[in-house]
Design a protein around this ligand. Structure first.
Ligand code: BGC
Length: 499
């Protein structure tokens, strides 16, 4: 990922440093350890997103929940996350990034246990909301911390690592769900083991707490609070030379001279308002791809497609998670070589075709054939089922190589420094709100419009989004944040602010 020099006064220094950094010198191992530890918040994010798909059928049986109530159980976490994202700005500014992440780890642990022991569906909705607060705080604070601690030249890959850990979290949750579901089946306790699926999530939360406890505080936040010598000490630990430390100290100090008042900027600058809406639009698009329809309801989709055995549905779901992890590497490998937009176009075309094909197959009777059994001979409809599953996997590949990581990367690049907090709050909260709406409406959409039409609707939307990219989204590969800001504030079209 490219570096991003900030300020005119220190630009030469920065460039010299980047040369040094991209030349021989390697980063200290502590940089990677720190990055990986903070990215653990992504793991927890993924675990909590992933756990529900395997748990849902069992809790549905235990509580006798209606479709609407199941939708509420799924989406309560998302509303909590929205709330968490909105309050994070306050906490991370007042108490620091590190302590905010520690608070998130505690809420993660308490929330997981709360869900595991919930005696009724209503209480479960409440505990899922509480758990969601942790997810929302993590999704705001971890990328912010990463961007403040990472050397400029690898900032982008560190943010992508956060997305990678989200996907790993999802697949781990799918796998542990599968383990507990299989165990439940063997012993005939259908409904009993969804509680264990939640309870085990307390373990990574505790690990996250301990690991984050040993992290340094963000030097940027320390300087914001006037704690100059502590900021200097942190930078000395994580940078290679004294020259780099001093250069970065100067950059941060210069940055802090700019008034950080996003609200004033919002009221006074049309250009800033435009970019706020771009960030919001990008996150709406990320969620309306329908990715979480697959993430939350994968077993249900497998069931509709004819896999009646719960174990088959669960293993199919694990496969979805693995494909999601692996395809994320495509984005990591190409985002700085080909650019953001070509990858986005490719990913959205793949997603559009895949979703439409699944929709068409449902319309052709994918969901109306007898259940698949391993004993039955190969039947044309089985071929259709496996083709539909293949398209579902292709959809996941399309998302993981494009919208998954790149929308988070773009949202961290487009805002001017003085309005970054508000911009990221607005786009992150939007991500969760739309995530909640999708979760809430999917089962009802299936009921009212039918399986085929629902998937076709999502598929067609992908093509509409391509038009949005063509018209409004800038290519930000290889350009400094400073230049993007200059272009934006001088009134260039959004699409051109990366030139
Ligand atoms: C999205 C999540 C999604 C995940 C899947 C993230 O970028 O924000 O909503 O569940 O990717 O990998």
């Amino acid at each position: 990922m490219r570096g991003c020099g900030f300020l005119k006064g220190t630009q030469m220094n920065s460039m010299n440093n980047e040369k040094t950094l991209s030349g021989k010198s390697k980063y200290k191992p502590i940089v990677y350890i720190t990055g990986l530890t903070a990215a653990l918040a992504g793991l927890l994010f993924g675990l909590d997103i992933g756990v529900i798909s395997g748990a849902l059928p069992f809790m549905g049986v235990e509580f006798g929940s209606s479709t609407l109530q199941l939708g509420d159980i799924v989406s309560a976490l998302l509303w909590g996350a929205t709330f968490g994202a909105l309050i994070s700005g306050y906490f991370s500014k007042k108490y620091g990034r590190k302590y905010t992440l520690l608070i998130a780890a505690v809420v993660f642990a308490l929330g997981s246990i709360g869900c595991a022991v919930a005696p009724s569906a209503d209480i479960l909705i409440g505990t899922r909301f509480f758990l969601g607060i942790a997810v929302g705080i993590a999704s705001f604070t971890a990328p912010l911390y990463l961007s403040e601690i990472a050397p400029k030249t690898i900032r982008g890959s560190m943010i992508s690592m956060y997305q990678l850990l989200i996907t790993i979290g999802i697949v781990l949750a799918f796998s542990s769900d599968t383990y507990f579901a299989t165990y439940a089946q063997i012993f005939g306790h259908l409904g009993g083991h969804w509680r264990m699926m939640f309870a085990v999530l307390a373990i990574p939360s505790i690990i996250m707490f301990i690991a984050i406890y040993f992290l340094p505080e963000s030097p940027r936040w320390l300087l914001l609070k006037g704690r100059k010598s502590e900021a200097n000490a942190v930078l000395s630990k994580i940078r290679n030379t004294e020259e780099e430390v001093q250069s970065e100290m100067n950059e941060i100090a210069e940055t802090l001279k700019v008034k950080h008042d996003g609200f004033k900027l919002f009221a006074g600058s049309r250009n800033y308002r435009k970019v706020i809406f771009l960030g919001i639009g990008l996150q709406i698009i990320q969620q309306l791809t329908g990715i979480n329809v697959v993430m939350y309801y994968a077993p249900k989709i497998f069931e509709i497609a004819g896999f009646v055995a719960v174990a088959e549905q669960m293993w199919g779901t694990v496969l979805v998670g693995c494909v999601n992890v692996l395809a994320t590497f495509i984005a990591i490998a190409f985002v700085d070589k080909l650019g953001r937009k070509p990858i986005m176009y490719a990913g959205f075309v793949v997603m559009g075709i895949s979703m439409c094909m699944v929709g068409i197959m449902f319309k052709a009777g994918l969901d109306s054939h007898p259940a698949l059994t391993s004993a039955s001979a190969v039947h044309p409809q089985q071929v259709m089922t496996f083709t539909a599953i293949a398209f579902l996997m292709l959809f996941i590949i399309g998302f993981a190589m494009s919208a998954g990581p790149i929308i988070w990367v773009l949202c961290s690049e487009i805002y001017p420094l003085s309005g970054r907090d508000l911009g990221i709050t607005a786009s992150t909260a939007t991500n969760w709100i739309v995530n909640g709406i999708v979760a809430l409406t999917f089962l009802s959409l299936l009921e009212h419009f039918g399986h085929g039409n629902t998937f076709l609707l999502y598929g067609l939307l992908e093509f509409v989004f391509i038009i949005f990219f063509l018209l409004y989204v800038p290519e930000t590969k290889g350009i400094s944040l400073e230049k993007i800001e200059e272009n934006l504030m001088s009134g260039r079209r959004l699409k051109d602010i990366g030139q």
